[in-house]
Design a protein around this ligand. Structure first.
Ligand SMILES: *Cc1c(COP(=O)(O)O)cnc(C)c1O
Length: 393
């Protein structure tokens, strides 16, 4: 009998919780009105109320006021709106933006686009574990700096930045602070007041909500130029009919996600790390303990190609990735691991396993065994390994 597939790519997307699907269903069928019909008819009022309830739930979870949270089509749109919107709105004040070298594409590409339009962008280095040095941020801020955008959690190695400190530095200098917080919401305590955040991007599908819905926290008083024209929705910051089923599902996913879930996944994470590090020449990329995302495991297996490991594990029914999903198509080594100071070889032999509350220890036992088999098999045919063995004699 074929064994059940094991899905370990939860930083890319997660399974939608059954309770979330349940909560969304009526908004596809009987509640089909648009929120802007609230002034015309009862179905419109009911939909508007559902949207407001969803907004209130998510805003409360991040310590914001409901009117400070706008729904978008996802994390990518939220970061585009935050970065380009803030840049265009503050053009008269200055043209300098600061980010880090390890951001996700939804932050890096808007920054690149702005550079082509005459903005200047500083890409901060990170250390061996992926951390931005707050002192380097201080030194990078100039009189013409208008925005700093640094992620809360790294997508590849799970590094959790000290955003409290980074936010404080920005606040003291009167610079806007945006953070890509897609992998933080639900998973970690996250409070926009505590961390002095002005703008933060979120996504529904990283915490067992649906795809195609996300949101942006916009602190009261922060001016953005909107990117989509065509209506007065979402406090006039985003035109277009609201994705009401998505918003309802997103809020349900936030409500369902409990600190115990993160605790459980973190125990699985440490169990998997321990198992995989038993394999010869395996090395952990990124930090350990509380400074690492509860669901992230990233290991390099020297003398084995990440791309080959991924394909062989897939044949065994186990879904993982190498480097970054967005970059692997071009077979380029991960920009994150290179920025952390690792060699091309180490980056090319890295495997990312990302977990969720739906994973089990039994699955991880099978994963460790399968990885060991694949890695040992690949090393037997690896010219690099054979060379080293000969050299060692
Ligand atoms: C998934 C993800 C995004 C993109 O979010 P979408 O909702 O898929 O657009 C951005 N940043 C990080 C860190 C992510 O993990």
């Amino acid at each position: 009998m074929e064994q059940k597939r094991i899905y370990l790519d939860n930083a890319a997307s997660t399974q939608v919780a059954p309770e979330v699907v349940e909560a969304m269903l009526p908004y596809f069928t009987e509640h089909c009105a648009v929120a802007s019909s609230q002034f015309s008819h009862t179905p419109g009022i009911m939909v508007k109320e559902a949207l407001d309830r969803a907004r209130a739930v998510i805003a409360a979870r991040i310590g914001a006021k409901p009117e400070e949270f706008i729904f978008t089509s996802g994390g990518t749109e939220a970061s585009n709106l935050a970065i380009k919107g803030a840049a265009y709105a503050n053009r008269k004040k200055g043209n300098h933006i600061i980010t880090s070298k390890i951001e996700q594409l939804s932050v890096l590409q808007p920054c690149r686009s702005l550079e082509k339009e005459g903005f200047s962008v500083t890409y901060l280095n990170v250390d061996r574990e992926g951390f931005v040095d707050p002192d380097e941020l201080k030194r990078a801020i100039r009189p013409e700096t208008i925005l700093v955008t640094i992620q809360t959690v790294n997508q590849e190695v799970g590094t959790i930045q000290n955003i409290k400190e980074l936010g404080r530095i920005c606040r003291e200098r009167g610079v806007l602070f945006h953070t890509d917080a897609e992998l933080a919401l639900g998973w970690l305590p996250f409070d926009v007041e505590e961390a002095n955040i002005d703008l933060a991007s979120f996504s529904g599908h990283k915490l067992h909500g649906p795809k195609g819905i996300g949101g942006l926290f916009v602190r009261e008083g922060v001016k953005l130029k909107r990117l989509l024209d065509g209506g007065y929705n979402e406090f006039e910051l985003r035109a277009g009919t609201e994705n009401v089923p998505g918003a309802v599902g997103f809020a349900k996913a936030v409500e369902l996600f409990k600190p115990e879930d993160s605790q459980y996944v973190q125990e699985l994470r440490d169990y998997l790390i321990e198992g995989l590090l038993q394999i010869e020449d395996a090395e952990l990329n990124g930090p350990r303990g509380e400074r690492r995302h509860p669901g992230n495991v990233n290991i390099s297996f020297a003398f084995a190609e990440g791309e080959s490991i991924v394909l062989h594990l897939d044949m065994k029914g186990i879904a993982v990735i190498t480097g970054s999903a967005c970059f692997s198509r071009a077979l380029e080594p991960s920009h994150v691991l290179l920025a952390m100071g690792y060699s091309h070889e180490r980056a090319h032999s890295s495997i990312r396993y990302t977990l969720s509350r739906y994973n089990t220890r039994e699955e991880l036992d099978r994963t460790v065994e399968a990885t060991r088999e694949v890695v040992e098999q690949l090393r037997r045919i690896s010219p690099l390994k054979q060379e080293r063995r000969r050299g060692g004699r």
